[in-house]
Design a protein around this ligand. Sequence first.
Ligand SMILES: [Zn+2]
Length: 379
Amino acid sequence: MTEACPGCGAAGLELFYEVERVPVHSCRLVATREEALSFPTGRLALALCHACGLITNAAFEPGLQDYSVDYEETQAFSPRFVGFIEELARRWVETHGLRGRRVLEIGSGKGEFLLLLHELGVADAIGIDPGFVPGRVDERPGLRFLRELYSERHASLGPDAIVCRHTLEHIQPVAEFMRLIRSPLDGHEVLLFELPDVLRVLREGAFWDMYYEHTSYFSPGSLARLFRATGFDVVELELAYDDQYILLAARPGASGPTLPLEEEAGVVAEAVDGFRTAYEATRERWRERLTAAERPVIWGSGSKGVAFLTTLGPGLELAVDVNPHKQGKFLAGSGVEVVAPDALRGYEPDLVVAMNAVYLDEIRQTLSELGVRTALEGV
Ligand SMILES: [Zn+2]
């Protein structure tokens, strides 16, 4: 068990949420139902640091994680998401003058975002990710991928900007990681980070957003405090994508003024108290909805879907996903099968639960095109 805060080092973390037998990889593609049902599990024991507001999985065992194979985290098959990352890439390139520069992306996934930056004029785009799959995004002059974890060895690359999207929440020793990034920088660089906002998750009782790969949970305030404590000045802090994500820009340097979005650690503590009661009610409501439906399905087979079913118990047979790389596979833990949207034609569900309400319009449109009549609700 982690005893001290991995962000600020304070002792006395407060445990507030526990789930047993959580699949250690909720994005992992599994070929058979048997394999899905016997998938390795770990324990979720989320604990709050009252000093800095960071939430960490105190029971996290890094040895259970392996991001090098069959890791399907990409959302790049959703038009809504593609629109969001295109706009973000454009903004970052414009605002931070990245044209003609060298950009390092830590945790570049399958490479879609880095490709966008390159197409927008970044001269030397380098992605670092052990889960990179050659072929999805082709390397070309000025765009390359290193299939490894970020380490001291990459310090000599001398980037003008470091991009890191949806990665820091997968790392437990976050202060150590930020210092590793900070040490070789000479001060001219800009850091551009994006990650989920835990305040929204807590306030909505969104237990489907708490899963094993996410070992660190940040609010805008706790994220900014981590950056300041590890040698950065936070220059921009905002929420995006229906307030689901935090966007942060920082530069090496002494701490500047705090920004409007930086709440105190006490605000996270209040949200944690709210979560304790909201969670029970939300869980029971969904349990009843799924039980009352005859053929419910979920839409979205990523981590949210896996966490949703891990907490509620399966209670359904199919998960729909627009990502063709996931179709025909099974969800870790529950063994629920992943199908393409058109499989719903013959299945005739009476309830579709969208695992991200952001996609409701997109899903409604697809259901209508398929001629599938069903209730549709978002978590
Ligand atoms: Zn702390």
